[in-house]
Ligand binder design. Structure first.
Ligand code: TNX
Length: 505
């Protein structure tokens, strides 16, 4: 055995005894994304192996177990979960935390981690920050150490969403779950599912079973399509809810309805079912606005959908109804607006819905037409910001991108990141805005790798636009943080676009 000099052993013992922590990068210099709204760095470090227990209110013991499990996965040491409020990793409710229910404070000192929020959702968001910090530390030589300091954080917008079009191409329950897993760490809190369109009806409606039997049987390009049973849909609702993501189901109408019109002859003005459609044109279909059965259909669909939807919103579509005469469109949307509140839901519609009398509360989703957004605001609606030219995930990055469209122009990473929702449309200000959503339409994508290529890494930028104050968002700094996140996406096997604008690590 090699002999070590006595003096050396003494020095090692002394070092261990004094628990000297290494000098590591300050808290504020970590690649947190979305970047927290205030970060104060301390000067020291915490060894995560010294954290042995977690305390959380008994009401949130499920969340406590979930966090303990994830902690063990990320650090390899197990945590004892207790209700007593003085553990080394401490989660507690506190009304004094500044901001919304999602706001939180996270304080790391040399011995413990203290997290406070007004509500469970804030504790969950704080855990996403802490988990990300742990993962980022593991990319460094001092992977067992967290920097000390304090984060106080509160999102800029209440709604930070993405949309997945499961109609043009169907995505399975497992594919949607994976998408949920990938967006939750970035604090996205709404997932809008575009459940019906000309090419496919994807949600079981028990009172109108042909919708899925016929309307769900194909997709763009003629593939076999698919649909979610109500049980599967509820499984998705619950899966998302565990990560504090709310599903927003959309039934697009009166246009974008060929799949329904092919399933039921009576929904057509001429009483004849249409053929199924597997192309990518838009704007050729409409429900028959004059027939009473149309409204029975709409009410049945909204009733069944509301029963599966614990979240506050139902999306009624309303876009590109090019073959519905304007006055019929208005009549139709007004009737839908009478139905949705009966089921205690708030309607969201694409910005064309401003032609109708917008009820209160209601939401208009701005996607291309600023005048529509302004008119909707005048009628008392809140605006959800989804500008195609900046935030459509299905726009190609550049001329080399294989999948995707380009009708709103290319959206390279810098263009997707460097804009401010509050300054986009003259007359639409922060107080008018519910939030930001990045939609992913699926005419050109049919599986998870293709979906991930368009969504990532752009979606991280939209997550930050939704969460972080504009004064903190700087492209140059973001680029550096994003480069580090490439590694985290690699660890998850995400097929993201390795933009040459980023110096990927
Ligand atoms: C426009 S945006 C649409 C969709 C298409 C999308 C493709 C909107 C409300 N309607 O029907 O899928 O463009 O980018």
């Amino acid at each position: 055995m090699m002999k070590l000099p006595k003096l050396f052993l003494f020095a090692v013992a002394l070092e261990l005894a004094s628990c000297q922590s290494p000098t590591i990068a300050p808290l504020a210099d970590h690649a947190l994304l979305p970047y927290p709204n205030t970060v104060r760095s301390g000067e020291s470090a915490l060894n995560i192996n010294t954290i042995q227990n977690l305390s959380i209110d008994a009401d949130f013991s499920d969340l406590g177990q979930q966090i303990a499990q994830e902690w063990e996965m990320h650090t390899t040491n197990a945590l004892e979960v207790t209700e007593a409020g003085n553990a080394q990793l401490r989660f507690s409710l506190d009304d004094q935390v500044d901001g919304s229910e999602e706001a939180y404070s996270l304080e790391i000192d040399k011995k413990k981690i203290v997290i406070k929020a007004k509500a469970e959702v804030g504790l969950f968001r704080a855990w996403q920050t802490l988990k990300q910090l742990i993962t980022l530390r593991q990319l460094t030589p001092e992977k067992d150490y967290l920097p000390t300091g304090v984060i106080q954080d509160n999102p800029v917008y209440a709604y930070r969403g993405t949309m997945l079009d499961v109609s043009r191409h169907f995505f399975s329950v497992d594919e949607v779950k994976r998408y949920i897993d990938l967006i939750a760490p970035y604090k996205i809190n709404y997932l809008h599912l575009h459940l019906s369109d000309d090419q496919g009806w994807r949600i079981e409606i028990k009172s109108w079973p042909e919708l899925t039997r016929v309307g769900g049987s194909t997709e763009v390009g003629g593939g076999e399509g698919g649909f979610y049973t109500q049980e599967q849909y509820k499984e998705l609702v619950d899966y998302a809810q565990k990560q504090f993501i709310t599903l927003v189901p959309e039934i697009d109408m009166p246009g974008h309805t060929n799949a329904a019109l092919a399933s039921y002859a009576e929904l057509n003005c001429n009483g004849k079912a249409t053929d199924l459609y597997t192309g990518t044109e838009v704007g050729f279909s409409t429900l028959c606005v004059e027939k009473e059965v149309t409204y029975q259909f709409v009410e049945d669909v909204i009733r069944e959908l509301s029963a599966m939807t614990p979240g506050p919103y139902i999306h009624i579509g309303g876009d590109e109804s090019h073959v519905t005469p304007k006055k019929d469109f208005i009549t139709f949307i007004n009737r839908v607006y009478d139905i949705v509140p009966k089921y205690n839901k708030i309607p969201i519609g694409w910005d064309e819905v401003q032609l109708a009398d917008m009820p209160q509360p209601s939401v208009a989703q701005y996607w291309a037409n600023a005048e529509n957004a302004l008119a909707a605001k005048q009628k008392g609606a809140k605006i959800l910001i989804s500008p195609a030219a900046y935030a459509y995930l299905d726009m190609k990055y550049d001329s080399l991108t294989v999948s995707g469209l380009k009708w709103a122009g290319y959206v390279p990473l810098e263009k997707g990141y460097s804009w401010n929702p509050d300054a986009l449309v003259d007359g639409i200000e922060n107080a008018d805005i519910l939030g930001v959503e990045a939609p992913l339409w699926s005419e050109t994508i049919s599986n998870s790798p293709e979906m991930e290529y368009l969504a990532f890494p752009r979606l991280l930028g939209y997550a930050e636009i939704g969460w972080t104050m504009p004064s903190i968002r700087q492209w140059e700094a973001y680029k550096k943080r994003l480069a580090v996140h490439g590694k985290l996406l690699d660890q998850k096997g995400v097929n993201y676009y390795k933009s040459p604008a980023i110096a990927w690590e």
